[in-house]
Design a protein around this ligand. Structure first.
Ligand SMILES: Cc1cc2nc3c(=O)[nH]c(=O)nc-3n(C[C@H](O)[C@H](O)[C@H](O)COP(=O)(O)OP(=O)(O)OC[C@H]3O[C@@H](n4cnc5c(N)ncnc54)[C@H](O)[C@@H]3O)c2cc1C
Length: 325
């Protein structure tokens, strides 16, 4: 018996969120005395596959079929169902990211398995199988009891402390029975945004709002982001006005992020914005209005004019980093 964990890869590298999911699955497997088996689909770095062992996977199934380099949720679900069957998995773990959210419901329907979407903690087994998850855009928690025999959990990225074991995993070849005709979508071309960290995976995010007055002032946001090694984001009106591209828009109608550090500059902190960022570990707010609602959600607040504060902060970060070299 296994806890099966989907080790999501992108361009041949296992995603950071997948390592977290593997660690979660490994702890769950240890709780229930079964094997933690990770599954990677498509071309993937050998080094990363072995590294899954360090995050607790005892066994790694890898199907290097190049057809699987193209992500199609129904084909991935088909392959994962075969792996789950072969490993007699009662529990399947995903990261609650774009790919996990697309595959988990397909498998849930097929196996008639209860799915906890966006888990924040390991199951509590004292009264059934109860998992804590976030609800209402992160404004509340729910404890969900899963009643089905087979169970699916997708783990919220960056919400679970990762512990490494120092072990290496045994990587085993796995040949999923998938054909070209299984694919319902064909990717014609992809455009990669060079130099930028994908927002959902970013550890640090510097985000700007309407308080920055116009797109010509974004240089200081980019300078601070560069000094910190951060990704940049923005509020919705900023993207709607075309000051920044829409893929930077975070919030209820944009991307949900959970970085370790979210720096909000000139953003009021409307509920719809907070919905996408309130899972961040640390929130720093820079706003000239001491009554801005964002300060209520902040761990650190600076009341001041962004045009004075941000360049000083960037200079301080650069000076600190230079001292460290
Ligand atoms: C259905 C719906 C969905 C929505 N979804 C989203 C969403 O996903 N994401 C999102 O962001 N919004 C969303 N919104 C919009 C949201 O309600 C707010 O209008 C928006 O977040 C406000 O953006 P802002 O904070 O950049 O601008 P503003 O509300 O205009 O705030 C600007 C802030 O900058 C401060 N400021 C001004 N000048 C300076 C300065 N020199 N230095 C420092 N601070 C300064 C001001 O004090 C103010 O707090 C949604 C709204 C609706 C109705």
């Amino acid at each position: 018996m296994s806890v099966l964990i989907f080790a999501d890869q992108h361009e041949g590298r296992i995603r950071k969120a997948a390592f977290e999911a593997v660690n979660y699955g490994a702890k769950l497997a240890a709780q229930t005395g079964v094997t933690a088996t990770a599954v990677a689909l498509g071309t993937c770095s050998d080094e990363d596959l072995k590294l899954l062992g360090n995050y607790g996977a005892v066994k790694v199934l890898h199907d290097p079929n190049q057809l699987l380099d193209q992500f199609d949720p129904s084909v991935y679900a088909k392959a994962l169902l075969q792996a789950a069957d072969g490993e007699n998995a009662q529990i399947i773990i995903f990261s609650h990211n774009f790919n996990g959210k697309a595959i988990a419901p397909l498998i849930s329907a097929k196996l008639k398995a209860g799915w906890v979407a966006g888990a924040l903690a390991l199951p509590d087994n004292s009264d059934g199988f109860v998992v804590k998850k976030s609800v209402f855009s992160g404004k509340a928690f729910a404890r969900v009891k899963v009643l089905s025999d087979k169970k699916i959990i997708s783990v919220n990225p960056n919400s679970f402390p990762v512990e490494k074991s120092g072990n290496q995993a045994e990587v085993t070849a796995f040949n999923a029975n998938v054909q070209e005709s299984d694919f319902r979508i064909k990717v014609k071309s992809t455009e990669t945004l060079s130099g930028s960290v994908p927002l959902p995976e970013a550890d640090i995010i510097v985000s700007g709002g309407r308080g920055l007055k116009g797109p010509e002032n974004w240089g200081m946001i980019e300078d601070l982001a560069k000094a910190l090694g951060a990704a940049t984001a923005c509020s919705r009106p900023v993207a709607d006005a075309g000051w920044r591209p829409h893929h930077e828009h975070v919030g209820q109608t944009g991307i949900t992020v959970r970085p370790n550090l979210y720096i909000a500059v000139g953003i009021s902190g409307a509920i719809q914005h907070l919905a996408g960022v309130n899972g961040s570990k640390n929130i720093v707010v820079i706003n000239k209005d001491p009554e801005a609602p964002f300060f209520k959600a902040a761990d650190y607040g600076i009341v001041g004019d962004a045009f004075e504060v941000v360049p000083k902060l960037t200079a301080a970060v650069k000076a600190f980093k230079e001292k460290q070299h």
